[in-house]
Design a protein around this ligand. Structure first.
Ligand code: 13P
Length: 257
């Protein structure tokens, strides 16, 4: 059985102090429970401080992006090795805010995925369609394109260090989550694509997260779907009570027959 995974994508939020307090509240609320994998992804400048706040706890540290080069003259960029050095286990790549606002391409995201995996990071690869694409019945086509391009050069072995996050762009930050049925259908489609690309055993093990206005109000049903293995939580990850209650929902879902 796949372990549920709840990750907080803090995006460009918090201060050093509020980030530390948020992380400490999550650690306290979890109380050492490891039944659900939990990670927090603060902004780069706070990685060390948040890393200290979660030290010795089951909470893992993740970053929100990286560059594909190891080091050198790349002003403003951060390498995968630096993230490992800062204590990260995870890195989010291909988030729709970077795809759409910063024009990141599938090819660029794939390069960064390879570099991050080579450095020993686990990659949370985000995919998802826009509202226009969904309304034009192009959801599966877009997911197919993004998953296929995202996994170029990824094998049945290396995909084991990846997580895919299905994040419908129209649901992100809008308060309009996908329904459990919509999300389940997209997750099942993604898993089938990964089975075709990397083999059925790797696809069966792959953790696929849902992201997009996932709040305690809607998460319970989402995390109970057979192909939804947890959530990549934005806004609700900034509120410890909300985040912890989503973790508790994931735990309950794992206890279901
Ligand atoms: P919201 O939960 O704020 O909609 O953000 C989702 C997201 O983009 C997580 O990566």
């Amino acid at each position: 059985m796949r372990k549920k995974f709840i990750a907080g994508n803090w995006k460009m939020n918090t201060t050093a102090l509020s980030g530390e307090l948020l992380a400490a509240a999550i650690v306290k609320g979890l109380g050492g429970d490891t039944s659900v994998q939990v990670a927090v992804c603060p902004p780069f400048p706070y990685l060390f401080r948040v890393g200290q706040a979660i030290q010795g706890s089951p909470v893992a540290l993740g970053a929100q992006n990286c560059y594909h080069e190891k080091s050198g003259a790349f002003t403003g960029e951060v390498s995968p090795d630096m993230l490992v050095d800062a204590g990260c286990q995870y890195v989010i790549l291909g988030h729709s805010e970077r795809r759409h606002k910063l024009r990141e391409s599938d090819g660029f995201i794939n390069k960064k995925t390879h570099a991050a995996l080579a450095a020993g990071l686990r990659v949370i690869l985000c995919v998802g369609e826009t509202l226009e694409e969904r309304e034009g019945n192009k959801t599966n086509q877009v997911l197919d394109e993004q998953v296929t391009a995202g996994l170029i050069g990824i094998t049945s072995q290396t995909v084991r260090n990846m997580v895919i996050a299905y994040e419908p762009v129209w649901a992100i930050g809008t308060g309009r989550s996908a329904t459990a049925a919509q999300a389940q259908a997209a997750h099942a489609f993604i898993r089938n694509r990964v089975a075709a690309l990397c083999g059925p055993p790797a696809a069966a093990e792959l953790v696929i997260l849902y992201g997009g206005s996932a709040t305690p109000q809607v998460a319970e049903e989402l995390v109970r779907q057979p192909d939804i293995d947890g959530g990549l939580i934005g806004g609700a990850s900034l509120k410890p009570d909300d985040f912890l209650s989503i973790v508790a929902m994931a735990k309950r879902a794992m206890a279901l027959p």
